[in-house]
Design a protein around this ligand. Structure first.
Ligand code: MTE
Length: 304
């Protein structure tokens, strides 16, 4: 597993201070809890700077929780927050099967016993908008290890809850339900890959994928599957929802890459929610130092 350091978010990415004022509690909690432990590794280095970050840019809680993609709760950006009540995040469990020595189910109560950390990640959606989100979560590898992956396991498949009775969006064939995503095993075990259970130190709301969702900051947002109920370890690449729906538009890897364009639009610029100007999109969304080695012999145009 590559050694990981977390990159600094430059001060050029600063937005209005007002957005940070209401974050004081979160930041204080973060500074006490994390700097006391193995902190520097846990947070992007900007979090560890002297001013504690009232400066660096984090998207407002309001934007993060009202501008969403979650087709099970509707296809427009404002639908998921309005229809959040359709998703009942309790009771909840995740079933882990496939190429593991100890297949089984784990209840959300037990999942929540895994210690969480706060990590501020840049997120980039394939639709060319981006956010900076203070996630609360734990590394996916910590969950997978409990089930003892076998050596033959090369890929991980994730599935969202299937409940068309309540999740009205699943009554429409926009995608094949349930929503399915996948990672290569080394991507899944990478320390940047997070299972998120909260944002801004608060429990995840349904619109963001309660009670637990995936976060992979160097990939387009659609890889971050929400409200996960099933995980399966495989020896072959799983078929994923977006890849099935439009294979020429949504590849399995979906690494953020300003040089590989979507067939219907270019991918070299993005707009941070809350800003007007467009900024340059960075290779691997800025996490190149941490993840480029995973793809060193791959043609990223072919494996997009
Ligand atoms: N997960 C499920 N189950 N259903 C979805 O429609 N949308 C994806 C991803 N995860 C989606 C999903 C897309 S396209 C994006 S950009 C992110 O969730 C958005 O996450 P956010 O709303 O928390 O920012």
């Amino acid at each position: 597993m590559p050694k990981t350091s977390f990159p600094t978010i430059p001060s050029s990415e600063i937005t209005s201070e007002e957005k940070f004022i209401n974050r004081r509690d979160f930041i204080q909690k973060t500074s006490q809890g994390l700097l006391a432990s193995s902190a520097a590794l846990i947070l992007p280095s900007a979090m560890a700077d002297s001013e504690f970050n009232l400066k660096h840019e984090i998207t407002s809680y309001k934007d993060i929780t009202t501008y969403n993609n979650f087709y099970e709760l509707g296809t427009s950006k404002s639908d998921p927050s309005k229809n959040a009540k359709w998703l009942k995040p309790h009771p909840w469990s995740i079933e882990v099967s496939g190429l593991v020595n100890k297949p089984g189910k784990i209840d959300i109560e037990d999942i929540l016993k895994i210690p969480t950390e706060e990590r501020v990640y840049r997120m980039r959606c394939v639709e060319r908008w981006s956010m900076v989100i203070p996630w609360e979560g734990f590394e996916l590898n910590k969950l997978l290890q409990k089930f003892e992956p076998k050596a033959e396991a090369k890929y991980v498949e994730f599935k969202t809850i299937l409940d068309p009775e309540n999740l009205y969006g699943q009554r429409f064939p926009v995608l094949q339900w349930p929503y399915v995503e996948g990672l290569r095993m080394d991507e899944a075990m990478h320390p940047l890959t997070l299972m998120a259970t909260g944002i801004y130190g608060k429990k995840l709301l349904s619109q963001n994928g309660a009670p637990i969702r995936l976060v992979i900051p160097w990939k387009y947002g659609f890889k971050g599957i929400k409200s996960i109920q099933k995980i399966r370890l495989l020896d072959r690449e799983p078929r994923t929802s977006w890849n099935k729906a439009a294979p020429n538009e949504y590849g399995f890897y979906a690494n953020v890459n300003p040089k590989v364009h979507h067939p219907r639009w270019r991918q070299n610029k993005e707009r941070r929610i809350g800003e007007f100007r467009r900024r340059k999109t960075l290779l691997f969304n800025g996490y190149q130092e941490q993840v480029a080695s995973l793809y060193k012999d791959m043609d990223l145009k072919k494996y997009f």
